[in-house]
Write a protein that binds this ligand. Structure first.
Ligand SMILES: Cc1cc2nc3c(=O)[nH]c(=O)nc-3n(C[C@H](O)[C@H](O)[C@H](O)COP(=O)(O)OP(=O)(O)OC[C@H]3O[C@@H](n4cnc5c(N)ncnc54)[C@H](O)[C@@H]3O)c2cc1C
Length: 358
């Protein structure tokens, strides 16, 4: 697909380029700022329709299956333009991320539990029977909450997935990659060793509120893919629906996108560089993971809001542009929106769980 796009005469592809700002200058025109990541030079360009397809917000959390690029850029940029977000606190956690150093977690597929792998606590004792009669095959949100509850009651910061009873042939034929990765990353043999796992941020069900054409609440501004909240996932996405949603909404948007296109005027002119705050993304990730994660409470959410605002108010502006400052600002503003959304939820639904609500 990439090759095909590069060969289209009417498409210009800018790789290693980051969108850092968009402003609406006239009814039908956005001016946008993009940075060439190779040399940090900032350029201005214009467009009549702007599609944000910037992906998820895993970068707000300490542990996520998302790649490090998932820092909420689209949410930040659109929010500054006045676009509405919805249900940003509907975060799906994958119950079994491999427990290891670093932000990006390797995902241990749920199919392994389907093949008979059992969750066990630090003492090696099964626990899913306490939470759901479907045991290991309960939905992601239930298994994630069960694991979190167990972790909160024990010393180890993870539980175990025991795949040792699964037939050797099944492991070799169906899960060679999991076997290999567990070995490379932690030196484990999953046929004899338990796998340490924790729930990790996986998918953002909410995002920029869009209509049936993928258009946000700002005319001409579109959001497609994980950055968007189409409503199709409700409060609990079913696995494997997100790529279908992205493809479907890309198609639904065509009638509006193809209309009234203004040819881009790419300009290398000097422009005023947006100012960004110097903030520490790890501090924000800690707050969101602690208070905005799987099990929330009103007190925790208020604490998170207070701590995030404190970070924002104490931060100083950086005098020169850096991509890491930009991303940290995206994370901070998206985190504030997520906590605000969580505080406004009125009931526990799907992936959203607050001990003070029913
Ligand atoms: C491990 C894993 C397994 C998954 N398995 C499945 C599955 O089996 N089925 C399924 O349906 N879904 C699955 N998902 C979810 C699905 O992959 C994602 O929801 C989907 O890829 C999101 O697509 P996207 O195009 O919205 O964003 P992405 O694929 O994340 O792409 C976003 C792009 O935008 C770029 N970008 C971000 N910010 C900027 C910026 N400011 N300027 C310029 N570019 C920017 C990024 O570099 C990136 O290239 C899985 C996700 C993970 C992490």
């Amino acid at each position: 697909m990439i090759e095909k796009i590069k060969n289209l005469p009417n498409v210009d592809v800018f790789e290693n380029t980051t969108l850092i700002n968009a402003e609406k200058v006239k009814d039908n025109t956005f001016t946008i700022q993009i940075v060439d990541n190779n040399n940090n030079l900032i350029h201005n360009t214009f467009c009549s329709k702007l599609v944000l397809a910037t992906g998820g917000i895993g970068g707000l959390f300490e542990k996520s299956t998302n790649q490090e690029i998932a820092t909420g850029d689209g949410i930040y940029i659109a929010n500054k333009l006045g676009a509405k977000t919805e249900n940003l606190s509907y975060i799906q956690f994958h119950p079994t991320g491999l427990y290891q150093e670093g932000n990006v977690s390797f995902l241990i597929t749920e199919a392994l539990r389907g093949s008979g792998a059992i969750l066990k606590n630090e003492k090696g004792v099964e626990f899913m029977y306490k939470y759901d009669e479907r045991l290991e095959l309960a939905p992601r949100d239930i298994v994630s909450r069960a694991i979190t509850t167990e972790i909160n009651q024990q010393k180890l910061p993870y539980v175990y997935l025991d795949a040792t009873k699964i037939d050797k042939e099944i492991i070799e034929n169906h899960y060679p990659n999991i076997k290999k990765e567990c070995n490379i990353r932690l030196g484990l043999n999953i046929q004899t060793d338990f796998i340490p796992v924790i729930p990790v941020q996986h998918y953002s069900c909410g995002g920029l509120k869009v209509n049936e054409y993928g258009e946000t609440t700002i005319s001409g501004l579109f959001a497609i893919g994980e950055v968007a909240s189409t409503g199709l996932h409700g409060a609990n996405r079913l696995a494997s629906n997100s790529l279908l949603e992205a493809i479907a909404f890309a198609k639904f948007s065509i009638p509006l996108l193809a209309d009234n296109i203004v040819v881009n005027q790419y300009s290398r002119s000097e422009i005023e560089i947006s100012k960004f705050l110097k903030v520490e993304k790890t501090a924000i990730q800690k707050i969101i993971s602690r208070y905005g994660g799987i099990i929330k409470s009103n007190e925790g959410l208020n604490q998170a809001m207070y701590q995030l605002l404190e970070i924002k108010l104490k931060a100083i502006e950086s005098d020169k542009f850096s991509l890491s400052d930009f991303e940290a600002n995206c994370i901070l503003e998206t985190a504030l929106l997520l906590i605000k959304d969580a505080l406004n939820q009125k009931e526990n639904k799907g992936v959203y769980f607050n001990t003070d609500l029913t």
